[in-house]
Design a protein around this ligand. Structure first.
Ligand code: F6P
Length: 383
């Protein structure tokens, strides 16, 4: 039986951290789910939806005396109608951290009140969801949606953006293959993947790389050269090696970085391992060698079919959690079903205070002798 319609309540949506494909579909369908006449009727809700600009920055910097449009925009079915066709996030994103200090936290909590915010959907990875969790502990009504092309978030088998990024890697390797073949060259392709190698591994498999180096397993430079030499001897005219930005040789104490600056969540920018390997290959004169950093190409472009569909499913699920007043949870995919987990499950910390991540399972997925995906795939979990 339909419940009596309640007074209008304001729900916010934001996208935090690195952008990726799949965010706009999630915003669109969260909005449509929140405003859905059937669900509103069933749960007796009457929502107004706003989208914060530039992630947590929109919430933190909100000034009731300022220009509203600088902080948020109103979302409805007309506004978001075509959003699922586009990559990135039409709301904008940032790595702003409202939990940076007491002052920013208090300002954020006050802004929740000033904005009359009943609940907030935050779409992001470990950082965005850890802020969501922190605010949840302060009594705010939060629902999370997982996104990160690294697919390293706990509590879910899928996070938005991963599938499209894998597709980009496959396509780019396809392009490099023709030029590598024409010149009998080795190409080293550096992918993103700060701590986890899912992107490099799956992108490398999809693109047919001969070797894939991932952060979960420190490699031996001599062994890499041996494998390339063996391939040459057995007739390979060219080769594609994929290396994740967070991968490193066993003898190197730390991952290579592009600069030393930290973002508000304490992350450095990784990069340089592709160039390092190119130089090592050149030194040994195995073949002519070039390196390519795929970088933000992996995050750009329109979402593929999977990220459009998963964005829809995750967005609608987040809306339903809010209709049901089921807060402090993150939407999740488990065993191919859409469900939810307490946000806490996605951002638990280990004894050193580091957020626990979902890594490539070396025993099951990675061949540590051949530096490539395992050939025994029975019972292996695919996304
Ligand atoms: O966290 C996702 C990610 O794409 C990482 O793979 C990468 O290290 C990082 O973001 C890059 O961030 P930025 O866009 O701030 O350079």
């Amino acid at each position: 039986m339909a419940k009596k319609k309640k007074a209008k309540k304001r729900i916010g949506i934001l996208t935090g951290g690195g952008d990726c494909a799949g965010l706009n579909p999630a915003i669109k369908w969260a909005t449509k789910g929140l405003l859905d006449p059937e669900m509103s009727e069933e749960f007796g809700n009457n929502f107004e939806v706003i989208g914060f600009r530039n992630g947590w920055a929109g919430v933190l910097n909100y000034d009731p005396k300022g220009k509203q449009d600088d902080y948020f925009i109103k979302l409805n079915e007309d506004v978001v109608r075509t959003w699922d066709r586009f990559g990135g996030t039409n709301l904008g994103s940032s790595r702003t951290n409202p939990l940076k200090n007491k002052q920013t936290l208090n300002k954020t909590l006050k802004n929740f009140e000033d904005l009359g915010l009943h609940a907030l959907i935050c779409i992001g990875g470990e950082d965005t969801n850890s802020v969501g969790h922190g605010l949840s502990l302060k009594g705010k009504n939060i629902v999370g949606i997982p996104k990160t092309i690294d697919k390293d978030l706990m509590g879910t088998d899928y996070s938005l953006g991963f599938s499209t990024a894998v597709e980009v890697i496959r396509e780019e390797i396809g392009r490099l293959r023709t030029t590598a073949g024409s010149h009998n060259r080795i190409f080293v392709v550096e992918t993103m993947g700060r701590h986890a190698g899912h992107l490099a591994l799956q992108g490398g498999i999809a693109g047919g790389a001969c070797m894939i180096l991932i952060p979960e397993f420190d490699f031996d430079v001599d062994k890499v050269m041996e494998i390339l030499n063996d391939r040459k001897k057995s007739g390979a005219r060219y080769d594609i090696v994929v290396v994740a930005e967070g991968a490193k040789p066993a003898k190197m104490s730390k991952e290579l970085t592009t600069d030393k600056d930290l973002d508000e969540f304490g992350h450095v920018r990784l990069g340089g391992i592709g160039t390092f390997l190119r130089k090592e290959i050149k030194k040994r004169d195995i073949a002519e060698v070039r390196s390519v950093v795929l970088s933000h190409l992996q995050r750009g472009g329109e979402p593929n079919h999977y990220d459009v569909r998963m964005g829809r499913a995750f967005g609608l699920a987040a809306a339903e959690l809010i209709h049901r007043e089921y807060f402090g949870r993150m939407v999740s995919m488990r065993d191919n079903c859409i469900s939810s987990v307490p946000i806490y499950e996605a951002i638990r910390r280990d004894n050193d205070g580091k957020i626990m991540l979902n890594y490539v399972n070396i025993d099951v997925e990675y061949d540590v002798d051949r530096y490539i995906a395992k050939r025994r795939v029975m019972n292996m979990k695919m996304f």
